[in-house]
Ligand binder design. Structure first.
Ligand SMILES: [Zn+2]
Length: 579
């Protein structure tokens, strides 16, 4: 067998924590919908079959609870997400409209569990980084950057990124957020628009494109002025041109802002050939952003995001997982359960195409010059009054929350039916859905930016900037930004996480679906979320997920009680795959 990966020369060894929950592949947005959570599972299959499990620690995060989500989202919105199902949705027509759920962001089976898994991975990744348990944390199920405080948007319901950054802010004075998705990172920018504790930097297609925000002149307001940076791009940007703006801008941001932690949203809809994207990055051009950001040697949270041509999404994120761990993956895709999907060449690379790059040199130079000028206003890292450990309003809440999480019965929230739904419906992986027939249906997804802009559904007035005083937030730019990170008040902490997450109709009697290839290997290697208890089977893991010995997050991660198996699972061989 040829080498599946080789160490990258001169790389500093990094401790990598990788979060994956196999349930993620079982969620379906619905027929014809371009967002396919299966892509995360495909990526994981590559990661495992390349042998990357030997180079990093693999975790299944504890799913985020409703109360954790309300650190950013409104209580009523989270409550709605936890209640709504395909069978009861007709009783919530008004709410669906209010929360923008139903079209691009459909109601589907297990919606809340999907959100919990996505957010849990990002929060736990952030928690492990903050507590110096790893140097790089990866959650490809996260990166859902469009979700707003009280509104779903662009296939995103819960903003795992904002929740992860809030976790990082408990220990870090300044957090840098970088977004290389083809779409503007609007939800994250909006959340931190009035603060200098988080700097948001987004490179994205701008102009007649979802979500319609992210203008060059949108730079933040009040204390946050010049701590939001937008680099609008035109169609078809090449690797070379992307690099020519990404590297100098990020280098200058690092110098001016000097963050102590970085979150990189690695949306792969910026790749060439993406079903919804319009840029022309190769896998290597995209991954160069990861390599470059990693080179600053700061605690780094790598998140997923968009990406709608599944075989390319999984290629890029697997390759970037390798880079994080300091390994270059071999060019031939190893045999894995999705092997035929990578045909006919079965190569890892995603190549650029020959489309024209509409980003002329004068255009890029002009934008870069203005961005650099804005960065000069920063003048140096803002001083943040920090104690040894910053005390935020969320601290008490977090500590409280972690104690009462046990109240929820995990089985209520992880219905067995979802296990069964891992079986892919016919056509789920077919090229035709990826490239052809369904395309017409996707025009609404492509074109949503226009209608969204005119809908004016955004709500104003109530949000206050995180860590800002009680000043009202300001609108700015065409989107009317609203900073919506809530100042957590004691009445939030007092609220009960009372409603049952899912009704009895989820209580189905499906027998266990056979675990996917390598799943046992993974699970025996994984932790029970934050409880720190190694598990040996999926069943045990589910039951033990919130056992009585579950400890507060701080205790678990700060006192060294977490025991992580360093024994890799047995090397899978080709015969064990389903091909
Ligand atoms: Zn996107």
């Amino acid at each position: 067998m040829s080498e599946r990966m080789v160490p990258i020369a001169g790389e500093q060894k990094k401790r990598v924590c990788y979060f994956f929950d196999s349930d993620i592949g079982g969620f379906h947005y619905g027929p014809g919908h371009p967002m396919k959570p299966t892509r995360i599972r495909m990526c994981h299959s590559l990661v495992m079959n390349y042998g990357l499990y030997e180079k990093m620690e693999i975790f299944r995060a504890k799913p985020a609870t409703k109360r954790e989500m309300t650190q950013f989202h409104s209580d009523d919105y989270v409550e709605f997400l936890s209640k709504i199902t395909p069978s009861n949705m007709n009783s919530y027509v008004k709410e669906q409209h209010k929360y923008n759920v139903g079209d691009d962001c459909p109601v589907f089976d297990g919606l809340f569990d999907y959100c919990s898994i996505s957010a849990g991975g990002s929060m736990e990744g952030a928690a492990r980084l903050s507590r110096d348990k790893c140097d790089i944390a990866i959650n490809w199920a996260g990166g859902l950057h469009h979700a707003k405080k009280s509104e779903a948007s662009g296939f995103c319901y819960v903003n795992d990124i904002v929740l992860g950054i809030l976790e990082l802010l408990r220990y870090h004075s300044r957090v840098l957020y970088i977004d290389i998705d083809v779409h503007h990172g609007d939800g994250v920018e909006e959340a931190f628009y009035t603060t200098d504790r988080v700097m948001t930097v987004s490179f994205h297609k701008y102009g007649e494109y979802f979500p319609g925000t992210g203008e060059l002149r949108d730079v933040g307001v009040m204390k946050g002025k010049y701590y939001a940076l937008n680099f609008p791009l035109r169609d078809g940007i090449s690797d070379e041109n992307y690099k020519s703006v990404f590297e100098p801008v990020i280098r200058q941001v690092m110098e001016s802002y000097d963050p102590s932690a970085i979150v990189l949203q690695c949306g792969t809809d910026s790749l060439s050939g993406d079903k919804l994207g319009c840029l022309n990055l190769s896998m290597r051009g995209h991954a160069n952003c990861v390599r470059f950001v990693k080179s600053f040697n700061k605690p780094l949270l790598l998140l997923g995001g968009g990406g709608y041509t599944m075989r390319n999404v999984s290629r890029a994120w697997a390759y970037e997982t390798g880079l994080a761990a300091g390994f270059e993956l071999a060019p031939d895709i190893p045999v894995n359960e999705y092997y035929e999907y990578f045909g006919p060449d079965h190569k890892l690379d995603v190549k650029s195409s020959n489309v024209d790059d509409m980003n002329s040199q004068p255009y890029l130079d002009r934008v870069k010059r203005i961005v650099m000028e804005n960065l000069r206003h920063i003048g140096g890292p803002p001083s943040v009054q920090m104690q040894d450990r910053p005390h935020l309003p969320i601290d008490e809440l977090m500590d409280d929350l972690n104690q009462d999480e046990d109240e929820d019965d995990p089985n209520d929230r992880r219905p067995q039916r979802l296990l069964d739904s891992r079986r892919q419906p016919a056509g789920e992986l077919s090229d035709s859905e990826d490239e052809g027939d369904g395309r017409r249906d996707h025009t609404s997804h492509r074109g949503r930016g226009h209608s969204s802009d005119s809908d004016n559904k955004h709500k104003f007035g109530m949000g206050v900037g995180i860590l800002a005083s009680s000043s009202a937030s300001h609108g700015a730019g065409p989107s009317g930004h609203t900073t919506v990170v809530r100042m957590l008040s004691s009445n939030v902490a007092d609220e009960e996480a009372s409603t049952e997450a899912l009704e009895g109709d989820m209580d189905l009697d499906m027998d266990d679906t056979p675990p996917a290839v390598h799943e046992n290997g993974l699970r025996s290697h994984a932790l029970n979320g934050r409880s720190g208890t190694p598990s040996s089977s999926p069943k045990e893991e589910k039951e033990g997920e919130r056992g009585e010995d579950d400890m507060a997050l701080d205790d678990t991660l700060a006192t060294g009680t977490t025991s992580i198996s360093s024994t890799p699972p047995p090397l899978p061989d080709a015969a064990s795959t389903s091909i």
